[in-house]
Design a protein around this ligand. Sequence first.
Ligand code: ATP
Ligand code: MG
Length: 563
Amino acid sequence: RGTCGSPGQPPTLPAPQKVVATWEAISLGRRPVPEYFNFAHDVLDMWSQLEKAGHRPPIPAFWWVDGMGAEVKWSFEELGEQSRKAANVLGGVCGLQPGDRVMLVLPRLPEWWLVSVACMRTGAVMIPGISQLTEKDLRFRLQASKAKCIITNDSTAPQVDAISADCPSLQTKLLVSDSSRPSWVNFRELLREASTEHSCARTKSQDPLAIYFTSGTTGNPKMVEHTQASYGLGFVASGRRWVALTESDIFWNTTDTGWVKAAWTLFSAWPNGSCIFVHKLPQVDAKTILNTLSRFPITTLCCVPTIFRLLVQEDLTRYQFQSLKHCLAGGEALNPDVREKWKSQTGLELHEGYGQSETVVICANPKGSKIKSGSMGTASPPYDVQIVDDEGNVLPPGGEGDIAIRVRPTRPFCFFSCYLDNPEKTAASERGDFYITGDRAHVDKDGYFWFMGRNDDVIISSSYRIGPIEVESALAEHPAVLESAVVSSPDPTRGEVVKAFIVLSPAYSSRDPETLTWELQEHVKRVTAPYKYPRKVEFVSELPKTVSGKIQRSKLRRQEWEK
Ligand code: ATP
Ligand code: MG
């Protein structure tokens, strides 16, 4: 079964490079996607075999630390055994069948990775969610997805109890905890007793693997469905091209487990035989991150730009990173100033990537490629990425338009199936031969993409079109600015003008606001085209953000226009 080998067939084990090259060729669209595919069986169990045959350095496949001295380390073989036990819990007590939906809301605990793999083994569809979900968020997600089971811990269980009567599809509540709770089944107890024998579900490549709720930066989150192959094989190429992973690498992505980036990490790292490193990170804190990079042999780091903005506030020259050699940012625009500060203090380049819950990596700056500061890099194969106009025509280099991915005549396999239960929204996301991302940019003659902003975030002032990112990046170059969000604000003569909400660096917080406003306006006029300068400035203590750390400009804009 599957195409990529199966357990119990060691006599002619191919070299890992050959195995990975096959997956990479599929990922790049150069080989057909197999009819049947299951990541746990075809990729993880294969690595178990390769590991046993001595084809990996002696590093774990999964390495979790809590920062207080506790550690969990699993080889591929141990991960296989533990996840087979977990699959027996899901298929046994929870009675989950292939296609059943499971909501997974856990902080960065090893069980998140275990349950993810167990879902693949049972064929259940996982729906990750972030731990900060409120009762309302949980009700919305459980009702919309009709999940049969929820797996969470003590901190979220009370919220689930408060709303579970409103969620008729919910049959089993599984608690990841050392204590028990009425009406909940204890996962850890069951796991201890479960059998290690499990027969992996025979999933087709097109079967659903996961449902993600988008971040909800622009409105209500949408349910995005991915298939076994779209995620399971879709990240192999970018794992090699952008993340540049090999079987000796230890990859730390600080992302929350509820966000797509946790899945991106899983599906980029494990096909390449790399180790996934996780810190419990109860709070995202710059010093903890920098100390962890100094104490552990992490080779590859990925964070959202918000975190890099925090890191560069520290004196980075005081830290000696043990093994770090490749750094990545994604999920939001990376201000060039942050990249330059990181590089000048650590000697390490920051490689930006761009993608969505709906896709795999769309654009990236691969390791070793020429970086143009402020650009998201070039199109990531197999996607044909273009800038298109309102009619879906491809624009030449330099023209501003929508970032679009070609879906006709052939829809890339590494792509969401649909917005579940929302055919109108799915249809509206396409124009002519293209899927429209909802983001604006231009591409230069060398194929580098320059992000301007989300469609709704672009400001039109006196008929000039202004992208918030350029203004925010200009502001970021001033030492007074910790971070900023730029939105449109109503103006009687210009229609709308540029307004900047600014969080000041501590050293500037007691400065006279009027003088500082003038200074910052002059600064923007100097470093970018003068028409882009913020005519209105407001100093704030923090910016509204999604839990994944993205600035919610739409909230600030609404506030401005409703004033
Ligand atoms: P929603 O669709 O619910 O409003 P969302 O678009 O934020 O939420 P995600 O799918 O998590 O949900 O995020 C994808 C979006 O994040 C992209 O469409 C883009 O706007 C932004 N993004 C991701 N990477 C980058 C990047 N490198 N530069 C600029 N923006 C980025
Ligand atoms: Mg979106």
